[in-house]
Design a protein around this ligand. Structure first.
Ligand code: URA
Length: 245
């Protein structure tokens, strides 16, 4: 359970279920709701099961209103690699699982080609509710804005603290903004290991949907090969960190 407090000391219970101890007290500072626990080292490694339950009732932004459900991360708590996407799409919103639609299939293929077993990876999203506009029968994906990314970042922080992976891979601009807590250009930062707090490394790559949007087969093949190369760098970093452990 999360409590929010304003500068006058008024606390607000953000989440519904009774009988769960607060995970954090959020404070309204400089126009933003902030959690005082901003790095993994300052947060206890809570069980993913508890986090998932709490996130089901998250009301930190308005996106829960139209979404079917919270799509929390999925994967083992002892994962060495954490993959961060943007937000659930239509299929993920209905299934309640991240990356099960077309972008997920592309991701699965690239991971396999790079020698990474998805079952050993923790897969999550920067924003955990589907943001869309309804166009007839179709729900059209909408990019989350900075306020929504910030409101949801508490869950990424808690997932990170619970898992303590060796490597976080941010796929696309929204994921990079979440992981680095600031706007982070993809091309400038792509494909190299970047230090986060607590000895955790990060790697930036494109979002798999970017590959799906490529205009022709040649461009798609080229971008796909670069995407796989980024995951090869990730796999090598994980091997190195396993040897050092
Ligand atoms: N795109 C994402 O960023 N995440 C998903 O889970 C699915 C599509």
């Amino acid at each position: 359970m999360i409590f929010m407090s304003n500068p006058n000391g008024i606390e607000r219970n953000l989440l519904r279920p009774a009988g769960i101890e607060p995970l954090a007290v959020m404070t309204f500072l400089n126009g933003d709701w902030k959690t005082p626990m901003t790095t993994a080292s300052r947060m206890s490694g809570l069980s993913l099961k508890i986090l998932r339950q709490e996130a089901r009732h998250c009301r930190a932004c308005h996106l829960w209103k139209n979404a079917t459900q919270t799509v929390f991360g999925e994967g083992p708590q002892n994962a060495q690699m954490m993959l961060v996407g943007e937000q659930p799409g239509d299929k993920e919103d209905l299934a309640g699982k991240p990356f099960v639609g077309p972008a997920g299939l592309m991701l699965d293929r690239a991971l396999e080609e790079a020698g990474i077993d998805r079952r050993k990876v923790y897969v999550t999203n920067a924003v955990k509710h589907f943001k869309f506009v309804q166009r007839g029968k179709i729900r059209l994906h909408q990019k989350p804005n900075t306020a929504e990314i910030k409101a949801c970042r508490q869950w990424y922080e808690r997932e990170l603290a619970a898992i303590k992976p060796a490597l976080v891979v941010a796929m696309g601009a929204t994921a990079a903004q979440c992981v680095f807590n600031k706007i982070t250009p993809i091309n400038k930062n792509r494909g190299r290991l970047i230090d986060l707090d607590d000895g955790i490394k990060a790697l930036v790559t494109v979002h798999p949907s970017y590959l799906l949007r490529q205009p022709d087969a040649d461009a798609k093949a080229l971008e796909y090969a670069r995407f796989v190369d980024d995951f090869r760098i990730a796999a090598a970093a994980l091997r190195k960190s396993a040897r050092a452990a």
